[in-house]
Design a protein around this ligand. Structure first.
Ligand code: SAM
Length: 280
């Protein structure tokens, strides 16, 4: 027994199923079920929601989500070795856990979920940021999800909530804050994981806004923000040279000095520039 449910403790699960952590899959497992339940309590409207969990591993967060009352969890895990452990959790929570063995970047979860949908994950940071950008940049808004509760290395979490002018301000801050409210809800030291990673971690909670803060085309905004911060020390007229032949005029029309650098430009100004660039 583990305290939050009748299943064995995670150390035992890992041993029984031979789940030695693999670096190539970014495996740093959370073994304290009180901690995973605490993370789950940050997920919005849990008892009324289906939760998409990416990268459940041996199932620490999955068990937290189910014990805290999630209506249903769809868990997508790349590592086949984890599937028997997830099947045991599914048996303990009949009808509430569906586990899919696959790559979250390729599986379409929507066929398996009923709204309202929340997303929760403790993922390797490269997969995590790629998925976050995808979840934030669909063409239409609101998206299929209502909230995201995501573990990142602390430095990435700080980039998501960063304000203009700060070192961490960039593409992630702009895309996240354009269409969502983002805040850090928990900090975790390396020792919370097994094996402990080199860096500290943080849980970020994002709530989808009913409408983006400012009008802009998602693909254009995404593209100009990526180009602007790719060369963040350059003046925008140089960094965005490839975006339009008359980029100076478009910057001026958006109220941005062409000599400005990306980190001084606000979300509202980037959205104005995206609208200018969308003009024929
Ligand atoms: N959620 C578990 C926990 O908190 O203990 C495991 C976290 S571990 C940091 C990341 C998990 O994501 C691993 O189980 C790994 O196998 C899985 N993973 C890595 N890349 C993935 C991908 N592209 N799609 C689905 N799962 C992935």
């Amino acid at each position: 027994m583990s305290g939050i449910d009748t299943l064995p403790p995670l150390r035992e699960v890992i041993q029984t199923h031979g789940l030695s952590a693999r670096k190539s899959l970014g495996q740093n497992f959370l073994l304290d079920l009180n901690l995973t339940a605490k993370i789950a309590r940050n997920v919005a409207d849990l008892p009324n929601s289906d939760v998409l969990e990416i990268g459940p591993g041996p199932g620490g967060l999955t068990r937290g989500l189910l014990a805290e009352g999630a209506r249903k969890v769809l868990a997508i895990e790349k590592d086949t070795r984890c599937m028997p452990a997830l099947a045991e959790i599914a048996a303990a929570y009949p009808g509430r856990l569906e586990a899919i063995n696959g790559d979250a970047l390729e599986v379409d979860p929507l066929a398996h979920l009923t709204p309202p949908i929340q997303i929760a994950a403790n993922l390797p940071y490269n997969v995590g940021t790629e998925l976050l950008v995808r979840w934030l940049t669909p063409r239409d808004w609101p998206p299929f999800w209502q909230s995201l509760t995501l573990m990142f290395q602390k430095e990435v979490a700080e980039r998501i909530i960063a304000a203009p002018g700060s070192k961490a301000y960039g593409r992630l801050a702009l895309l996240a804050q354009w269409r969502a409210d983002a805040r850090i809800v928990m900090h975790l030291p390396p020792e919370a994981f097994s094996p402990p990673p080199k860096v500290h971690s943080a849980v970020v909670h994002l709530t989808a806004l009913p409408e983006p803060r400012f009008e802009a085309d998602a693909a254009i905004l995404s593209r100009i923000v990526a180009a602007a911060f790719n060369q963040r020390r350059k003046m925008l007229r140089a960094a965005l040279k490839g975006q339009a032949p008359d980029i100076q005029d478009r910057l001026l029309a958006a109220g941005i000095a062409p000599t400005e650098r990306a980190e001084q430009v606000s979300l509202e100004q980037f959205c104005a520039l995206a609208r200018e660039i969308a003009k024929p």
